[in-house]
Design a protein around this ligand. Structure first.
Ligand code: S3P
Length: 186
């Protein structure tokens, strides 16, 4: 897979990881710290349809959502200088994975199962993928998805860290990487 020839400073930053890991909160903070705009792909999809994600799942089904998610995420991943949070299931689609890895810098926000399961109650109402599964099935999904998430440019474990700490880590590591490259003129 060839990387798009673009200065590393111009690339958008994409946050991936399981539902509820904090992609949106952390992404907003990173965007503020880097003076970039933040895009939450699920929020963009909700705007496009004038419906919430659970409503889209209910009215159109998951296959329809995944197809739209693929088009939307790939299009947004081609923009420069953005901080983008993508849906927890998006990175399982090969086209989305390839587009994000080619065009952007991909950070995987990891969390342990023990830490994550404490968040289930606050997530369940807004996550249709969780509603159709019992706790054992959710745990299976959690571990199964780690294979796809493991293909990234940088991974960090969120666990006990605050969103602010994680955002600072991302910003510091990006600034460090940016210092290693001369900006290109393209
Ligand atoms: C999904 C995650 C959600 C949303 C949809 C499906 C998933 O996004 O895209 O409910 O399959 O993991 P978040 O990761 O932002 O919760």
């Amino acid at each position: 897979m060839n990387n798009v020839r673009m200065s590393v400073r111009q690339k958008s930053i994409v946050l991936i990881g399981f539902m509820g890991v904090g992609k949106t909160t952390i992404g907003e903070l990173v965007a503020k710290k880097l003076y970039r705009s933040f895009i939450d792909v699920d929020q963009e999809i909700e705007k496009d349809f004038g419906m919430t994600i659970p409503e889209i799942f209910e009215q159109h089904g998951e296959a329809f959502f995944r197809d739209y998610e693929k088009k939307k995420t790939c299009a947004l991943a081609e923009q420069k200088l953005k901080i983008v949070s993508i849906g927890g299931g998006a990175f399982l689609q090969p086209e989305i994975r390839e587009s994000c890895l080619r065009n952007c810098i991909v950070f995987y926000l990891d969390v342990s199962w023990d830490e994550w399961k404490e968040r289930l109650n606050i997530l369940i109402d807004s996550r249709p993928v969780l509603q159709s599964r019992n706790i054992e099935e959710i745990e299976e999904l959690f571990y199964k998805r780690q294979d796809a998430y493991s293909i990234n440019h940088s991974k960090l474990t969120v666990n006990q860290r605050s969103a602010e700490e994680v955002a600072d880590f991302i910003v510091d590591s990006l600034k460090h990487a940016w210092d290693m490259y001369e900006p290109m003129n393209d």
